[in-house]
Design a protein around this ligand. Structure first.
Ligand code: NAD
Length: 337
């Protein structure tokens, strides 16, 4: 029997997670919610996903637009084993009360705080912490990106200290809201929240972060400095990442010099929606000075957390004990391997 999954908030993250769930052989989508009819609710219907109105009062809007819904979120909840909440940041909190009341497991996204669930998740670093949990939070796109490359370094060489500067995209490509069109805005509250967020997964890591928001929509770019405990060569580090899941080495020498070219590469690879779910690290942008490592990586904000949601479902539903086996299963099914 497949695990039954619902998506509350079929937006940027929700529609991608729904797609990835239906690619797996041990779970399936039984319903997704929207607040109003839109091209995204049509996408859900076209993809054969049962569509539900998020609230009772939304049903009229769907009816007027001639869009058939199967009921409301309250009708969907009794049909699901786990609800993946992909509503905008801060909204999930109020839904948690509802999920708990109905006795449905729930997964939240990086827009919610760690305190909401007490379990923050990354498949490589702390799969076991979500084992059988009733709720968990998949950490944000930036935190996921940092953990994907830092965790293997910590396991292999040990980490003394990390400093990362995050050059953040101002908005998602489809957003109307977001950063100024022609300005760069530093986060003035220092250090930024990204370091503490990494520590919700890699407990005890010494990490500090700064961030600036830039007028681009494509990806985030991280400039990272790591003091390793054990000396390592650049090749050793690159070989390590090359064998780490969901990390892709790219090269300026091959013409991949910027985030636009990484997005183009994702399309050339035939990735669905042109998504780059792996973290792209420039192999010719890696430098080791004594035991200090310098590198750049790019994070596709709309998609890197998608496979993590799948593994989180597996851990919470106790479908697979070994994290690497779950990661491999997920990635094979969605064409990452
Ligand atoms: P989004 O705005 O693209 O989608 C949110 C969806 O929730 C939309 O379908 C919207 O109609 C629906 N919604 C809004 N209010 C609702 C309500 N009260 N009840 C039910 N549904 C409601 O947002 P997103 O970018 O997909 O972000 C979702 C979560 O994922 C947030 O926590 C965000 O921080 C996190 N996240 C976003 C990104 C990103 O770059 N887009 C990356 C990683 C994590």
């Amino acid at each position: 029997m497949k695990v039954k999954v619902g998506i509350n908030g079929y937006g940027t993250i929700g529609k991608r997670v729904a797609w990835a769930v239906n690619k797996q052989d041990d779970m399936e989508i039984v319903g997704v919610t929207k607040t109003r009819p839109s091209y995204e609710s049509s996408t859900a219907i076209r993809e054969g996903l049962p569509l539900y109105a998020a609230h009772n009062e939304d049903t009229d809007n769907f009816e007027k637009a001639g869009v058939k819904v199967q009921g409301t979120l309250n009708d969907l909840l009794p049909k699901v084993d786990v609800m993946v909440d992909c509503t905008p940041g801060g909204v999930g909190e109020k839904y948690k009360i509802l999920y708990d009341k109905v006795g449905v497991k729930s997964i939240f996204q990086g827009g919610e705080g760690h305190a909401l669930t007490g379990v923050s998740f990354n498949a490589l670093a702390n799969f076991h912490e979500a084992w059988g949990a009733s709720s968990a939070r998949v950490v944000s796109c930036n935190t996921t990106g940092l953990v994907r490359t830092l965790f293997p370094l910590q396991q292999t060489f040990g980490i003394q200290k990390v400093f990362a500067s995050l050059i953040r995209r101002g908005a998602d490509p489809a957003d109307k809201k977001g950063s100024a069109l022609n300005a760069i805005e530093p986060s003035l509250k220092l250090p930024t929240h990204h370091g503490p967020d990494v520590k919700t997964v890699m407990h005890g890591l010494d990490i500090q972060t700064m961030a600036v928001m830039t007028p681009t929509t494509l990806m985030h770019l991280h400039c990272i400095v790591v003091d390793l405990k054990e000396k390592a060569g650049e090749k050793e580090v690159l070989d390590l990442w090359d064998s780490s899941p969901r990390v892709r080495l790219v090269s300026g020498k091959d013409g991949v010099k910027n985030t636009g070219q990484i997005m183009e590469l994702a399309k050339d690879l035939g990735r669905p929606r042109g998504d780059m779910m792996d973290i792209a690290v420039w192999k010719d942008g890696v430098k080791m000075v004594d035991s200090t490592l310098y590198y750049y990586q790019a994070v596709h904000q709309e998609s890197d957390v998608v496979p993590e949601n799948i593994d989180c479902i597996r851990a919470m539903m106790k479908l697979e004990q070994d994290n690497l086996a779950s990661i491999e299963r997920t990635d094979r099914a969605i064409g990452l391997r």
